[in-house]
Structure formats: structure tokens, C-alpha cells
Design a protein around this ligand. Structure first.
Ligand code: PSU
Ligand code: MN
Length: 308
């Protein structure tokens, strides 16, 4: 496996010594946000992870390797190139064997993180069950990945471009714990609450770390989803984004946009329709997730080291 992995020395040292490390995805850079906001976000999110006591490791496939921790040139290429492939689980072997530059989705970033030995990952929103999935069958591979790969993902819930109740049902079927961080409601990305109440609501990073320690020590492989609602000062209420979402979804349908192009299309259209308001909310919630993931990861490192 080492043959396919390239871990930055700082990240490798942190993993080897049991320090806190937070993985970050690259699809959000290449396909989730426009330039130059994407590169600013990519740098700032790493700083925030550091300020909160962990080492950041942005993941992508470059030069036939799963790169864990990227340098400034690599981040720049992901942010500006028009030829970056969007990689989920099924696409990774192609990117590696054909040395294609690929940005990792939540699913692929979890895989890279697990290969490297990283247990925490911060993103914006996960993929999920799309609206109209009963017709299109469009269910993100992120959900199956959460069921099988032992990495905890901090997100602001799931975006309302998705069918949120079905997404939560699917996660339950896959045995994925969903934990509300300081909120009993599942987050709806741009807004703090989807209106759906979660059974698990934890207040401190330490509680979440203890939960994960128990899960993995029990041999219950698979991930967990930590729903960390967007800070209230940046939230956009459902009533405001819903019309933008509806019109973006209709447009996608009319133009026959589906498969892996659907999520990037919807994100870009919602940004246009909301005059960029959605992008600012998106940036802020990613920063907040990076902070919480770093805090949980630090608590987890402390728990594990006191066990030894
Ligand atoms: N949701 C967002 N922003 C994103 C994505 C989802 O708000 O950038 C990206 C993530 O990388 C996620 C992927 O893993 O889209 C899901 O794509 P799909 O629906 O094609 O599985
Ligand atoms: Mn899909």
C-alpha cells in the first residue's frame, strides 16, 4: 500500500507519534468553489486546523500517488486547472494507474485518510441521497464509505440540494452514527437546522472523542458523521435558499445534468442565484468544521495516549 501513498513528512511524523491530524478534501477546492475563493479557503482551512492544535493533511491524487498533505504548488494546481478529475472510490485506481490529477471527494478522502492512519476529517457538506433518487437512483458513494471506512467526518450536515430525510435513513441502514455537535438537529448546511432531530447530541469535543474511541475499540469499523451547524451569524435561512435550490435542481433536470457533474453544477448555480451569499456561508462553515475536527482529534489523541 505504501507504494501508492505519499505522506508529507510533517504529517507522517504527527501520525507516527499519535498527534492530532485532520484530513481535508480537495474536491471542494477543484469542483466545489470558484477561483480564487477556493485557494484562499484551502490555505485558511489548514491554518485553522493548526491554530486548534492539529496538523492538516489535504488529500488528492497526483502523479500516481495518493498524496496526504499537499504543498502550495499542488494546492494551486487543484484550484486553477480545468482538468482535475473528481474522484470517488471507483475512480481512484484510474487516477493512480494513469497518473491523472484528481481531487478527492468525501469518500475518496476517507480512503486516503484511512490508508495513512488518519481518523478525523473536516469538510463542508457530504454527498447524500439526491432529490428524485427514486427515479434517478443518485445516491452519493460518500454514504457507503461512511459505512465501511473508519474515519470520523465533521460536516455542517447535508445540503438541502439533497433529500435529507432519505440521507439520514440511508446512514442508519449503513450503521453510521450521526452526532449533533452542540445541536440536537441535523444541520442543513446553509442553515443551522434541517428540522430533523438527532438521537445523539454531544456537547464537548471530548464526549465525541470518547464515543469514537469506544466504537473503534469495540471493533465496530466504519465512520461517523458529526453534524456541526454553521455559526448563526453566517446562516442563510431555509426559506431564502430553498427557491435557489429548487430552480437549480430544475435547471439540472432540464439540461440533462447528472452523475458526478450534478453536485458541482448545483453548487455553482446556487452561488449565482444567491449573488455569492451561499459561497460566503460555505466558507464559514468549512472553517468552523476544521476547528471542531481539530479539537475532537486532539481530545482523541489524549484519550488514546492515556490508554497506553
Ligand atoms: N457538498 C458540498 N460541497 C461539495 C461537495 C458536496 O456542499 O464540494 C462535494 C464533496 O466532495 C462530496 C461530493 O464528497 O461533492 C459528493 O459528490 P457526489 O454527489 O457526486 O457523490
Ligand atoms: Mn451522484
Amino acid at each position: 500500500m505504501q507504494k501508492f501513498l505519499q505522506i508529507q513528512p510533517e504529517v507522517a511524523d504527527a501520525i507516527a507519534s499519535g498527534k492530532a491530524v485532520v484530513a481535508l478534501e480537495s474536491t471542494i477546492i477543484a469542483h466545489g468553489m470558484p477561483f480564487p475563493e477556493n485557494i484562499e479557503m484551502a490555505k485558511k482551512v489548514e491554518e485553522i486546523v493548526r491554530e486548534n492544535g492539529a496538523v492538516p493533511a489535504t488529500i488528492a491524487c497526483i502523479g500516481g500517488k495518493v498524496c496526504v498533505g499537499l504543498n502550495a504548488d499542488q494546492l494551486h494546481e487543484l484550484a486553477t486547472s480545468q482538468n482535475v478529475m473528481k474522484l470517488s472510490r471507483r475512480d481512484m485506481p484510474y487516477a493512480i494507474s494513469h497518473k491523472v490529477v484528481g481531487a478527492t471527494t468525501v469518500a475518496a478522502t476517507m480512503i486516503g485518510a484511512e490508508m495513512a492512519g488518519i481518523k478525523f476529517f473536516a469538510t463542508g457538506g457530504i454527498g447524500g441521497v439526491h432529490r428524485g433518487s427514486e427515479i434517478t437512483g443518485d445516491i452519493s458513494a460518500d454514504l457507503q464509505e461512511l459505512g465501511r471506512t473508519s474515519v470520523a467526518v465533521v460536516s455542517a450536515g447535508a445540503k438541502a440540494i439533497l433529500d435529507i430525510p432519505k440521507t439520514l435513513e440511508y446512514l442508519e441502514t449503513m450503521g453510521v452514527p450521526v452526532i449533533g455537535f452542540q445541536s440536537k438537529y441535523f444541520g442543513a448546511f446553509y442553515s443551522r437546522s434541517s428540522g430533523i432531530e438527532l438521537e445523539l447530541d454531544m456537547h464537548s469535543p471530548k464526549d465525541v472523542a470518547a464515543f469514537l474511541q469506544a466504537k473503534w475499540k469495540m471493533g465496530l469499523a466504519g465512520g461517523a458523521l458529526i453534524s456541526n451547524p454553521i455559526p448563526s451569524e453566517f446562516e442563510i435561512h431555509n426559506s431564502e435558499v430553498e427557491p435557489a435550490i429548487l430552480s437549480a435542481v430544475l435547471e439540472a433536470e432540464k439540461n440533462g445534468i447528472g452523475g458526478k457533474n450534478l453536485t458541482p453544477f448545483l453548487l455553482a448555480r446556487i452561488k449565482e442565484i444567491t449573488d455569492g451569499r451561499s459561497l460566503n456561508a460555505n466558507l464559514q462553515l468549512v472553517y468552523n468544521n476544521a476547528k471542531v475536527a481539530a479539537l475532537i482529534s486532539s481530545e482523541y489523541s489524549t484519550l488514546i495516549s492515556s490508554e497506553l
